[in-house]
Design a protein around this ligand. Structure first.
Ligand SMILES: NC(=O)c1ccc[n+]([C@@H]2O[C@H](COP(=O)([O-])OP(=O)(O)OC[C@H]3O[C@@H](n4cnc5c(N)ncnc54)[C@H](OP(=O)(O)O)[C@@H]3O)[C@@H](O)[C@H]2O)c1
Length: 338
């Protein structure tokens, strides 16, 4: 391998104000400097990738660009002692795929601080079935549990339930013994959600509830919200006394319009979740949970909630994701795996 070594990557280019995506040949010299060069075997498609792949400047400032906030692969070159050639590693979040060429290319070059040894006993493929979305779901569940939430306290609401974060959160909570109520906009996905272990399914309007009321009937002991906006507002208003609501996404809206009453009259907690800049110690602790106590529970469902696509299939899958038409987790296989 030398600097002229070529590899394939999805490249998003801006042309006359619109954004075009194509699989192109790149050279290692196209990658930024960094301590670890990784041959990417698998990536995964997250909502943030769909935004980056469609010209969202809040995610990616400059084009041409290769998205992909997740990567799992093998170290090809390392200039630091903690990683050596052949190590199986994962790299997720930080700036990967935002303004640093990401996992939708067969190679990435990144700072060593962004790289984690592959959590055993997970395979590279399994780490990407989980990916940032699954890691985020795990962070949400961890916060609910840290707040003392127990299954006997009542149902947990999961919004955007067929999405990457939502489906993993439903499956994990159900396996941990919680009664899970899923919110979905997909009429056709009720069976899928029940197979993940959800005990009830609501449509989006049912989840929003009565607009204008400061509080709604107490229903949810906890909430995992991935969509924001009116659905999150409805969820907070219907959260039980001292319940906890985790907020990680804005698939519906970034707005949050409500009064302080759920917080000051019911002691509801609203907890924000950030995976991109999650501190290393917490990142490791969450992966230890995913690869340890939660592994067997998740292993049973990961295949049923994930699919695998090639680099060439990313572009139309991005459009489907932005239209809210995808479900579960989407792994991207690169190179020899595809
Ligand atoms: N904070 C963090 O660190 C972090 C990390 C990962 C993801 N996120 C965010 O979490 C959200 C979900 O990510 P993801 O990867 O799971 O995306 P995803 O797979 O596209 O799932 C999003 C789901 O939200 C629902 N949805 C889409 N449009 C909606 C709308 N207009 N109104 C209501 N519901 C809608 C859909 O589920 P149904 O059809 O079932 O309703 C969709 O499947 C995104 O906003 C993403 O940016 C944040």
């Amino acid at each position: 391998m030398n600097d002229q070594t070529t590899f394939r990557a999805l490249v998003v280019r801006e042309q006359d104000g619109s954004f075009q995506r194509a699989v192109e040949e790149r050279r290692l010299t196209d990658l930024p400097p960094g301590e670890v060069l990784i041959r990417v075997h698998f990536s995964s498609l997250n909502y943030k990738d769909a935004l980056s792949a469609s010209g969202n400047r809040g995610v990616t400032r400059k084009y041409p660009h290769t998205p992909g906030i997740d990567a799992a692969g093998v170290v090809a070159v390392s200039s630091v002692p903690q990683f050596v050639e052949g190590d199986e590693v994962i790299c997720m979040g930080r700036d990967l795929g935002m303004n640093t060429p990401g996992g939708f290319g067969e190679y990435i070059r990144v700072p060593a601080a962004w790289v984690l040894a592959k959590p055993e006993p997970l395979s590279l493929y399994e780490t990407m079935q989980i990916g940032t979305a699954g890691f985020t779901a795990a962070q949400c569940v961890d916060k609910l549990l840290a707040n003392g939430l127990q299954p006997e306290q009542g149902p947990v609401l999961v919004t955007g339930a067929t999405g990457g974060v939502g489906s993993l959160a439903c499956a994990l909570l159900a396996k941990l013994g919680f009664a899970v109520t899923a919110v979905t906009g997909k009429e056709s996905a009720h069976d899928f959600l029940r197979q993940l272990g959800c005990t009830a399914v609501l449509n989006r309007q049912q989840a929003i509830g009565r607009v204008g009321a400061a509080l709604l009937r107490e229903r949810w002991a906890g909430v995992v919200d991935t969509v924001g906006g009116e659905i999150l507002v409805g969820a907070i208003k219907a959260t039980c006394r001292h319940g906890i609501v985790t907020c990680c996404g804005n698939a519906a809206s970034g707005d949050l319009s409500l009064t302080v009453y759920p917080f000051i009259l019911r002691g509801v907690s609203l907890v924000g979740i950030d995976s991109a800049e999650c501190p290393l110690a917490r990142r490791k602790a969450i992966w230890e949970q995913l690869a340890g106590p939660w592994h067997s529970a998740l292993q049973e469902v990961l295949n049923s909630l994930s699919s695998c696509i090639s680099l060439e299939q990313i572009s139309h899958t991005v459009d489907a994701m932005l239209a809210g038409q995808t479900r579960g987790r989407i792994v991207v296989a690169l190179g020899e795996q595809s």
